[in-house]
Structure formats: structure tokens, C-alpha cells
Design a protein around this ligand. Sequence first.
Ligand code: GCW
Length: 830
Amino acid sequence: MNHRLALFLVVGWLSFCCHVRAETGAEAWLRYSSVKPPASSLPGLVAAVGNGEMVRTAGRELVRALAGKPANQGPVGALPNANAFVLGQWKDIHPLFPELNRSRAPAGNGFWLKTVRHGRAKYWLIIGGSDRGVLYGTFSLLARIAEQKEVATLNDRQTPSAPIRWVSEWDNLDGSIERGYAGRSIFFDNGAVRSDLTRAGEYARMLASIGINGCAINNVNASPRILGAEFLPQLARIADVFRPWGVKLAVSVDMSSPVAVGGLKTFDPLDAQVAEWWRKTVDAIYQKIPDFGGFVVKADSEGRSGPSQYGRNAADAANVIALALHRHGGLLMYRAFVYNHHLDWTDPKADRARAAYDYFQPLDGKLENNVVIQIKYGPIDFQVREPASPLFGAMPNTNQSIELQVTQEYTGQQRHLCFLVPMWKEILDFDMHVNGETPVKKIVSGKTWHHRIGGYNAVVNVGLDENWLGHPLAMANLYGYGRLAWNPDLSSETIADEWTRLTFGNNPQVVSTISKMLLSSWHIYEGYTGPLGIGTLTDILGPHYGPGIESSERNGWGQWHRSDEHGTGMDRTIASGTGYIGQYSPAVQKLYEPLANCPDELLLFMHHVPYPHILHSGKTVIQHIYDSHYDGAAQAENLVTQWESLHGQIDEERYSEVLKRQEYQAGHAIVWRDAVVNWFHRTSGVDDAQGRVGHNPDRVEAEDMQLSGYVPVDVTPWETASGGKAVVCKEGSCSASVRFDRKPGIYDLATQYFDQNNGISHYELFVNDHLVDSWTADDRLPSDKMNGHTSSRHTSSKNLRREDVVKIVGRSEGGEQAPLDYIEFYLSGY
Ligand code: GCW
């Protein structure tokens, strides 16, 4: 027989069923904990056919999942005469199974899972169209088993929706990560590639399990050093740990590299020497890394170098590099995120949302066929709600990919739960109406205009934190991204269900509770941050985390919402606004241009309206802003209750890790709520019909308490502290007290304080001089000031009687002055 056949006997099968291990989250959705008992009717033999490295990887993965140690490993002459998994490429498998002769081969990187019988033996065939297909088929079968789905009889063919299914990491060579929220880089440290790449290998395995086939490892704000000759052997080491998992290495490059590392005097893309430099540099890469994926380029954007410096355009820049890559089959992902960040705020026609279309649409048809224009899902920047970028519909002669963001830059930075799959699906399903039915997913797959390449790239930014993304539930976004890139027709519900089963097991209550939390979380987050398409009302000039309503205005960044005393929203109409809506096809223009048609959730993205404007929902805009923030914060609190219902049903480690974050989120949602409603109340002068805004009967401002040592200070921006003020303790220890004068009972006593990252504060809560609770403010929230990023809440429970004296004592270390904003009393029982 001419095909190499390696046989693994799985020993120790079932032996792991009752072993309890610490759940760190490191295994993500590859825990395989339920692969064992219900799967006991599955074979204990694995036969891998063929020589490919990924086929061997797949074989080993099966053995690992079935909790066995491989034995009798090595080449054998024939198929085992007993039940077995048999995996390999179509070309190697079908000669062994004549009954498959009349069947179609699985396409490309697709697979076919098929059960067949031979005499007394039954085989579970995992047939790949390629080596990668075998690997993907194996992970798919293992997921089915772990999700306790039917596997006794299989006949499942799957093909990935698009050829490009990449991730990007914004890792810097010094080991830091731009917009990373889970520790330092798994790839770099101290200006070099890490010596220990174990995590990089584990990451590649995780990516392969969801069908990802490429990873750009460094920040798009790229250091030119990545292309330095001394770096190449280091890159090759990363490619080596990716390769068994079918993940191609890619890097982000800086346009000025020919000067910065090549020593040339110019990086003009039309200069012959520059072209030669790119060719030589790329040749050298492929010599060391033959399966190199290609480059990602951010140019002429946010201060990066670019072709404009020489009066050239993106096509000139992309093509010169693409030609160098083309000979080796490499791709050039050129980002459409090009805009002027010195826009004139006083110009009512200026609009950042127009930029990508205005710049790239005229270049349609002028790009080499291995250039892919990588377009962020919306025209601004990863906001909590944006329309689909009009550019998707505007480049029929150009390969396109969609850029998504798993790292939650504008959506709570993995301290808030925000499952983004439903949002991504709205974009992918949105019909651009450019050539019959043309949802974004069809365009980026290349199918609409018959392009061979196209697809997906998402910024992930995993870090060295054991659980990869910080919040254990944030991993649902990475999983969901891969699943959608594989098959964008999957529903959000299916993805949430799959991820939960794989990550937390199949207990029905656990599955339904976590799925429900995930599926509601985006709307909850949107509700208390930036409803009606206004954009995430965060601090645009800072870390993009907490509220900062006005930070987006009166500057050149163009993330404006133009709210003033009369009204709110960006007028992007053709008739009176920036004309942005005119970048869409006529059918889409009809949806957005007439105020009467525009969906509520994008109203303020498309139109400027007065506060009393009535929405389709029947509410006024201003009342919607108030209501959505109160509802959103209440629902964030409810996420805590839902999570608590799982106590005892999942491991204690992940239970408490998530609980901590959900409690934090509930507190921070109140900070968001209050900042936004108070800002709009002051700006609009319109009262809340429900009388909540500006009335906090349960609240006692710190500045109104009896202070000893503490002094009142103004907080900036004012809306991020209750009443615009806090108290700080400049030296030693200080106290703030109040005499309790409410109905006696058991109270939840919430202390609102600021946890800056430039010091540590200690707080003690006393009732009548008895210490009741104490805590330390030592989190690493992203600011060294009192503001919406650092405002935090601590809740204690206490039986209180009239005349009790409630006192907070604060003591500071470092630059943080034990700041206090207010305390609040909630009656929780008698
Ligand atoms: O969302 C913004 C981020 C920048 C990022 C930029 C981009 C890497 O705030 O940190 O830069 O987008 O996508 O290039």
C-alpha cells in the first residue's frame, strides 16, 4: 500500500472522567471534559492516513481529547479490523473505501465526516479536502462529541465560507499590546521574540479549532524592525509553532521600512529601488518561511507614514508590495482605515465616516489581485453600533475583507460582558443592495463579484493572562468570530450554545443561563453607553473605556455626535448633511435618508434631531436616552443575579472570576448611566418623565458628609462624579461620616470611590465605631485621575438603625488620595 498509515491506540480512555482539575480558563473551549463518558461507544483506535503534518496533528488531537495516551504508534500496513477513527485527505482515503468512489471530494479546506461499515468494523471517517480540512474536521467532530450531539451516524460536509480567516494581534515588540486587556504579549518581550513560545503554540491550536488560518502577530502601528534581517530567524520560530496547526504567520509592516530598515533614501512606492527592496525582503522571508501568509498595512492613518508623502495613493503603495508577495502566493491586506484626524469641527460638511469610501472607491480595479482591502465593519471605529461601511458595496473589482474587533476596545475592555456575535451578524447580514441580494457576508466571501480571495480579519489581542482575554466569558467572542468566519449563516443562539457547552459543560441550566446572558449583553451595554447609533459615549481622547460624553466634540478626530441644547446626532443626509448616506446604493439610501424610515437604532448616526423628536418606538429621543440608561444599568445588575444562580453548578474558580467582573460591571454601569443622563439633562434642559435624573434619594454625597481630613474637589469631566465633586484625603487617614436617619433594616450600603492606577487606597467602613467592612483599591483601571474610568463601587450589607453613625475611613498610598464620591443606602430586608 502506498499510503502511510499511522495507527494510534487510545489507552487510558475514560480514565480522566472523574479527575478534578483547576479551571484556569487556559483550555478555553477545548476542555474535552464531556468527551468521555457519553462517548464511550466511540472507538479507541485512531488511524491517520497520509504524510501531512496537520493530519498527524489531527490524530494526536483526537487521542488527547479522548484522554488517552497514544500507544502502538507508528506505521501499519492496513486499516485496523476494528472500530476506528480514520482520518486523512480525500486523495489518501478514498482509495481505501471503494464505496466512496461515486462521492464528491470535500472542497479545499473543507471536510466530510462520514461513518461507514466494513464487515464487523465501523469507521468514523474524517476526510479533508486538504490537510487543513482534516484538522478542521477533527475539531468539528470533537466539538460534536463534547456538545453531546449525535455522532453514531455521520454524514456532514462543511466548507469554509471564505478563504481568508485571519486574526490580528496589536502586539508591540517590547511586549506591550495596544488595546490589549489580558496581560503582555505571548509573542514578544523586550524587543525580541520570546524564547518560550509555548503559549503561541497553544494559541495556534485554539485558532485552528475554529478554522482560523492566519495570524498577523504585531501591531498595525508597526515597528519597522519587524522586517530587519536580525528579526527574520525569530519570526521563523513563531511560524514553526503555528505550522502544525495550519495557521500562517503574517506581519504588519510600516510603509517607511525601505528607509527605516533598508537604508534607502526614499520609500516612494513608484521608485524602482523601493520595489527591489520589497522584492528582496519578501524573498528572504519566504526562504525561511515558505508558508508565510503576507502583510497587513496601515498607512496614511493616525500619523503613520504612507504613500501620500510622495503624492502617491494606496494602490501605488499596495501594489508594489503585493507584487513582491505575489510570486510566493502571499497576500497584502491593506487597511481602509485611512482618515484625516485633523478634521474641521466647525465645518458641518466634514465627516470622518465618509473617509474610507472617498479615498478607496476611486481605486477600484487598480489593485493587484493579491491585494485585499480590509474594511472595518463600520465607517467610524468599532463603536457599539454602526451601520455597515458603505465601502463594502463600492468596490466590485477589488478583493475585500471585513475587520472585526474581538478585543473590546470600545465595548467594555473585557471588564464588561459584551458578546459581539449578534452585532457582527447584523453587519454581515446587512444587504448592501448593490448587485441583487448582496449581504456583506456574501461580498467579503468574494462570491458577489466572483473573487477568488476575500474574508475576515479580527483584532484579538490575547495576552499572557492564563485565560487569554481576561474575562472568562469574553472568549465567546473569539470562538464566535471563528465560527462566523467559517459559516456566517450560523445563528448567534447556536454559537452561544456551542461555546457554553464546550466551555462549561452540558448542564441545561448552565447552558441556558450563560447563553441568555451572552445574547442579551450587547444590547445591555449599548443601552447604558451609547444608544440610537450616537456612538460609544466614551472618552475618545483617552483609553476609550469609561464615559466622557463631550470628549468627542470640538476636536479633529471626527467621532462627533454634535449634541447641544437644541438637539443631538450627526446629520449625514444627502439633503442637508454631510452626504454620507449618498455613499450607499439607492435602496439603502431609502432606508436611511428619510427620517421616517431610518431605524431607531441608527437614528443619531444618520440624523440630527431635536430632543422631543418621536422615535418609531413612540418615545421621545431624550426619554429614550434616559430610559435606556436606567434599563441598561438595571439589566447589568440582573446579570449578576443570573450568574449567581449558577453557584455550585460550575467550578468555583471560574464562577468567582466571572462574579467579580459582573459585580464590577453592574457598578460601572451606574457610573455610565449617571454620567450620560446627567450630561443630557443639563444640556437639553428636558426633565426625565419618570423623575429619576437628578434625584437620588438613597444617595449621600461625600462632600455633604461630616469630613475629617477629607477635602472636596471638582472632578473632570463633571458628569463622571455625582454632583461633579468628590472628596480626597491629602495626607494620612481621613474620614467621612453621616448619621443614618432612615427606616431601620438591612441595607446594602454602596460606597462609590475612585480607583486610580497611580496608588493604592484602603477603605474601612464603620458603624458606630465598629469596623464592618474594609477593602483596598488596587485595581489597574486605565487612568491616574478621578473620572469615569476609575469610578468604582463597593457594596457592604448591614443592619442599620436610626441614629447609627456610618463612617468611611480612607487612607492612601502613592498618588491616589482615597477619593470618595458618595454612599448610597438600599433597603434589602428587615
Ligand atoms: O480603534 C483605533 C484604536 C487604535 C488603533 C486604530 C487602528 C492600532 O484606538 O489604537 O491603532 O484604531 O485600527 O489602526
